[in-house]
Design a protein around this ligand. Structure first.
Ligand code: 5GP
Ligand code: ZN
Length: 114
């Protein structure tokens, strides 16, 4: 999708600070970080949100979660703890409609989230 921001980042047409790349996933730093580690993990293929990704049922949701954990290990937050957030739908705060998992860590995270 040419008008999708994250499709353009996946195609390397819009620059991003990439931290990890696998066959089907790409991880890059959030432009407006909310924690010392704030990385977005996307599927290279366009799916609107986590629900659409799960519905596709082709193993991609599995790949995405594994990539999130690999990022946490690489960023050194796997031991201390990290959070994976998939905002799904406008009411949950989703603003970019290409599935992305936020991997947050490096500070104490409160619960419940806002
Ligand atoms: P959402 O609100 O949809 O869950 O998350 C979208 C995230 O994308 C936000 O945290 C926002 O800071 C990030 N973001 C928006 N535009 C860009 C961009 O051009 N580059 C990067 N690296 N992150 C972006
Ligand atoms: Zn897209």
């Amino acid at each position: 999708m040419t008008d999708c921001l994250f499709c353009n980042i996946a195609a390397k047409e819009i620059p991003a600070e990439i931290v990890l790349e696998t066959e089907r996933a790409l991880a890059f730093r959030d432009i407006n970080p909310q924690a010392p580690t704030h990385v977005l993990v996307i599927s290279k293929a366009h799916h609107e949100n986590a629900a659409a990704l799960a519905e596709a049922d082709d193993g991609l949701a599995d790949d995405l979660l594994k990539a999130c954990h690999a990022v946490a290990v690489q960023e050194g937050v796997a031991e201390s703890g990290y959070r994976v957030v998939l905002n799904t739908g406008p009411g949950a705060g989703q603003t970019v409609f290409h599935v992305h998992a936020h991997v947050l860590g490096g500070r104490s995270l409160q619960w419940p989230p806002g």
